[in-house]
Design a protein around this ligand. Structure first.
Ligand code: GP9
Ligand code: MN
Length: 403
């Protein structure tokens, strides 16, 4: 029941000491950017001599950068990442919480931030019904959802799923400027989506071989996305929104699925073993705080940790009891376990996947006894999280407050 979960969480959190960075971004706007299908392998990588993400590589240097950060999504893809970030819970093993449990009581990030006077909005130029976002956003306490109907979408400015990222950011700025501050604004990019289509005029990589394979098409659309982020930063500065905001960027999930690993092996010039396959689930996680120096934070972490990290940086303590499996990644105590929905996991040293235990860094298979000490915790986390969702346990939150 809810008390068991609460006990577990309290134990988990009691040993996470605050950091010197706690409250560093107090009162600032929070701009969260979902980088569609963006894996960390593109960061600081060149293809035929050209950087794939020149702008991200540049801002990394004066940002908090987490190079050991993993996506933890399952079938709910983008929506799973959104769910984890706003709730600190795991996604479900099948389907999307957005679709399956939109009427639950949650205590999501918009609601918590509202206690500190934050207004919240989502910007995403797809239909509001996709992933049942319109309903789930309302449940999670968002004040506004700028969906497709708020944008001018034409044949010319669209590709694949819809509006291209550059016009998306350009058209979002007038809305963003008008939001009450401080705000929590989430932007979901779209152009870097399978099957990674792009018009010639949007190609910023010179790599122009004909009929490129999927992996090269992927690099091209990532390169376009990078250009869109650059444009967005320029517009934030122009409109006076940059200095009083923190900008958080994260990759939502992988872009290159297992079916394309043969092509990817050629680019990486190595075999993709099960240990390597887990390593490929790393996604960018970058926190840009204007005026602050950059820092590489090597702790392992995942999308379930973003919410606690944001709250820590803002110095916000939720009023109600929180059920959250996340760990602030700026805490002095590094996180020691990242759990994936299928029961795979990584620790600082080991990877457990496909029923084998690996030395994460060397890729060598090791004795199972290196991994077994974590098995109970992994199952507990996933089960407790499922219980919270299927039992709608957060509905007891208000009752607890009244006690
Ligand atoms: C579409 C966006 C992308 O709105 O969520 O789809 P996904 O990555 O979830 O397949
Ligand atoms: Mn996605």
């Amino acid at each position: 029941d809810v008390d068991d979960v609460t006990k577990y969480i309290n134990k988990l959190n009691s040993n996470a000491p605050p950091s010197s960075m706690s409250g560093l971004a107090k009162g600032k706007n929070v701009i969260l950017i979902s980088l569609e299908s963006t894996q960390q392998l593109v960061i600081n990588r060149k293809i035929n001599g050209e950087e794939i993400t020149p702008f991200l590589n540049l801002i990394l240097k004066d940002s908090l950068y987490f190079p050991n950060f993993y996506h933890q999504t399952a079938q709910g893809k983008t929506s799973d990442a959104e769910f984890m970030i706003d709730n600190g819970l795991y996604p479900l093993s099948g389907g999307s919480v957005f679709v399956r449990r939109p009427r639950n009581d949650f205590y999501a990030l918009p609601e918590i931030l509202k206690e500190d006077g934050y207004y919240s909005a989502v910007f995403h130029s797809n239909d509001e019904t996709f992933w049942n976002r319109e309903n789930m956003y309302e449940t999670m306490g968002y004040d506004q959802f700028f969906s497709k109907k708020y944008y001018h979408v034409s044949e010319e400015n669209s590709v694949n799923y819809g509006l291209k990222d550059i016009p998306f950011f350009e058209q979002s700025i007038p809305y963003l400027k008008d939001l009450p501050q401080p705000f929590y604004a989430k932007f979901l990019t779209l152009t870097n989506h399978f099957p990674f289509l792009l018009e010639p005029e949007d190609q910023f990589l010179k790599d122009d071989e004909e009929n490129p394979d999927l992996v090269h098409r992927y690099f091209r659309t990532v390169r376009y996305e990078d250009e869109a982020i650059k444009r967005f930063f320029t517009l934030l500065k122009k409109n006076g929104l940059y200095d009083n905001s923190i900008i958080i960027l994260y990759g939502d999930h992988y872009g290159i699925s297992k079916s394309y690993h043969k092509e990817l092996e050629q680019v990486l010039d190595k075999e993709i073993t099960p240990n390597e396959q887990i390593d490929l689930q790393k996604v960018p996680f970058i926190i840009h705080i204007p005026g602050e120096k950059g820092k590489i934070i090597k702790t392992i972490g995942g999308q379930t940790d973003i919410r606690q990290t944001i709250l820590d940086l803002l110095g916000i303590h939720p009023e109600k009891p929180v059920i959250d499996f996340g760990h602030s990644l700026i805490s002095k105590k590094p996180k020691d376990l990242v759990v994936f929905r299928d029961g795979s996991f990584v620790t600082k040293k080991y990877t457990f996947t496909e029923n084998a235990c690996y030395n994460k860094l060397t890729g060598v298979k090791v004795k199972m006894s290196k991994c077994t000490p974590y098995f109970d915790r992994v199952q507990n986390e996933l089960n407790f999280s499922d219980n919270v969702i299927f039992g709608d346990l957060l509905r007891f939150n208000d009752e607890k407050m009244a006690e």
